[in-house]
Design a protein around this ligand. Structure first.
Ligand code: ADP
Ligand code: XUL
Length: 525
């Protein structure tokens, strides 16, 4: 019998899931979340992030994630019904693209942590930059253009690294830091992703970056799965020496550091490289072959699918933990926009659901839901665009925003997978059946919700299991890895209503036309 811990350090929370695998018995035996705003209020985040003085700057304190990790392992250790001696391996996932900057003191501090004291205060001296830019940061437009110019244009960057230069990606973020704060950059010995930073804390030593999360940096050669010297040169001086190596996502990094073993009486479990939340969700939603797409309704909304060959049409191509590729499209206006419209009209989620169900199609009225700057399509001028109704009409605003989001996702999903027979819905908003009904009607296919809500954390636990079997000389297929955890349950199926499918086909065409017309225009209402 083995226990496997998967962690997900997402934008708003840290989740820990433990799975037990004992012959054919496969079950989740621990599932907890810590919300940064609520449970770690001393960091003053709103939605897990802080906003900077410069337009578009969004960041989080890296010490907060360490603190959350410490609290999560404390909760795990206190869980009386678990025999943690059987904890064999730990892996994790983190919000993609965000970066953590460590100075040369970090390795010594990590190997000599005092197990009787909290982790975060002991890390106070290791950061060469106390702020970690996160994926919501949109302050690096200039650096993106510079990188694209140095590498021969956006298409060349996309062919080489899997994506055109994007504001939120790590390379442009590092470039801005190196240019604007040269002394702090000079003091930086290591630039980690959030994923590899947290793996390093668990292992007590520098952990590598996995190809899945490495693909979100504009720095990795997508096909070779190694740093591209050309891309590094276009980004910042002496960057190669500052990046950890890239290793396969199933190659064990080491064992749980002494700090955690002593502090929480945990065994020397294997530490498996962490990856990004989207690549991890691919495993946690059981997408190990084509024609199935996942839609994640988290802080960001994403749609992704597995592929054996990278698609030129997809805005992002990442490596997947299975060794294949995954196509992904990301929308910045996800849950925060839904939260905003809910709060604006003083409603709870049940009331939102009732409005969605009462008039599918919003009587033909549409909204472009770009409350903040949008990444798909790239929208520089934020602001909702309402067509045929005003600000005062709560019902039309709610439906306009959520139906608009679902139409945008469905329209852009064609770039990630030519044919979609089924959609797996995940992320915080996937608990809302009315939203999934809109999704099913708009896509015209069955939508499934999974038993385990947090597919990134589940995917991490499953990856830990996979790496553990491999290390034991018992390679196991991905189908066997996910079996029993991600099988679509008929009870969780939301089927499209044929009457509404036809209507949304027309509305999706109108939506696409509006999107094209308005993408470069400023909002007028
Ligand atoms: P992330 O992983 O990006 O931190 P989650 O996937 O945990 O985010 O999703 C959090 C979001 O889920 C919240 O911002 C909230 O808006 C949304 N959410 C939670 N419950 C509901 C609900 N019943 N209906 C719609 N959205 C919900
Ligand atoms: C994907 C992206 C987001 C983050 C946060 O490119 O930026 O989905 O990973 O979840």
């Amino acid at each position: 019998m083995g226990l496997y811990l998967g962690l997900d350090c997402s934008t708003q929370s840290l989740t820990g899931i433990v799975i037990e695998i004992d012959g054919d018995t496969r079950r989740v035996v621990f599932n907890r979340s810590l919300n940064y705003d609520r449970d770690l209020p001393e960091y003053n985040t709103i939605g897990g992030v802080l906003r900077g003085d410069v337009d578009g700057e969004v960041y989080a304190p890296p010490a907060m994630w360490a603190d959350a990790l410490d609290r999560m392992l404390a909760e795990l250790a206190q869980s009386a019904d678990l025999d943690l001696d059987n904890l064999r391996a730990i892996s994790g996932a983190a919000q993609q693209h965000g970066s953590v900057y460590l100075n040369q003191r970090a390795p010594a501090v990590l190997t000599s942590l005092d197990a009787t004291a909290r982790l975060a205060p002991q890390l106070a001296t290791i950061f060469s930059r106390p702020r970690s830019p996160v994926w919501l940061d949109a302050s690096t437009g200039r650096q993106c253009r510079e990188i694209e110019a140095a590498l021969g244009g956006a298409d060349r960057v996309a062919t080489l690294t899997g994506s055109p230069a994007c504001e939120r990606f790590t390379g442009p973020q590092i470039r801005r830091f190196a240019i604007e704060q040269p002394d702090a950059y000079a003091d930086t010995a290591r630039v980690h992703l959030i994923s590899s930073y947290l793996a390093s804390l668990l292992a007590g030593r520098d952990a590598p970056i996995d190809p899945g999360d490495g693909s979100g940096m504009n720095l990795m050669d997508l096909r070779g799965q190694q740093w591209s010297q050309q891309a590094l040169d276009a980004t910042a001086p002496d960057l190669a020496a500052r990046l950890p190596p890239i290793t396969p996502s199933s190659q064990i990094v080491g064992t749980l550091a002494r700090y955690w073993q002593k502090r929480y009486a945990l065994p020397a479990a294997a530490i498996v490289p962490w990856t990004g939340d989207n690549p991890s969700s691919l495993i946690g939603t059981g997408i190990i072959h084509g024609r199935v797409a996942a839609v994640s309704l988290g802080t960001s909304d994403t749609v992704f699918a597995l592929t054996t060959t990278p698609a030129a049409s997809s805005s992002h191509v990442f490596r997947s933990p299975t060794g294949d590729f995954m196509n992904l499209v990301c929308f910045r206006n996800g849950s925060l926009a839904r939260e905003w419209v809910r709060a604006e009209y003083g409603l709870d989620w049940n009331a939102v659901a009732a409005l969605l169900e009462s008039e599918p199609g919003n009587d033909g009225w549409l909204m472009l839901p770009w409350l903040e700057v949008e990444s798909t399509p790239r929208i520089a001028h934020p602001g909702l665009r309402r067509f045929g109704f005003g600000r005062d009409d709560a019902a039309r605003n709610i439906r306009g925003l959520i139906e608009g989001q679902m139409m945008a996702i469905a329209n852009h999903a064609s770039a990630v997978s030519g044919t979609i027979d089924r959609v797996i819905a995940t992320g915080g908003a996937a608990v809302n059946r009315a939203i999934l009904q809109v999704m099913a009607n708009v896509f015209g296919v069955d939508v499934y919700r999974l038993d385990v809500e947090n597919s990134a954390a589940l995917g991490a636990a499953l990856r830990a299991y996979h790496a553990d079997r491999l290390a034991d000389g018992e390679p196991i297929s991905w189908t066997s890895v996910v079996s029993g955890f991600t099988d679509p349950q008929p009870g969780h199926r939301v089927s499209p209503n044929p009457k509404h499918v036809a209507m949304y086909e027309d509305l999706r065409r109108d939506y696409a036309i509006l999107e094209t017309i308005h993408r470069d225009r400023k909002p007028i209402c």
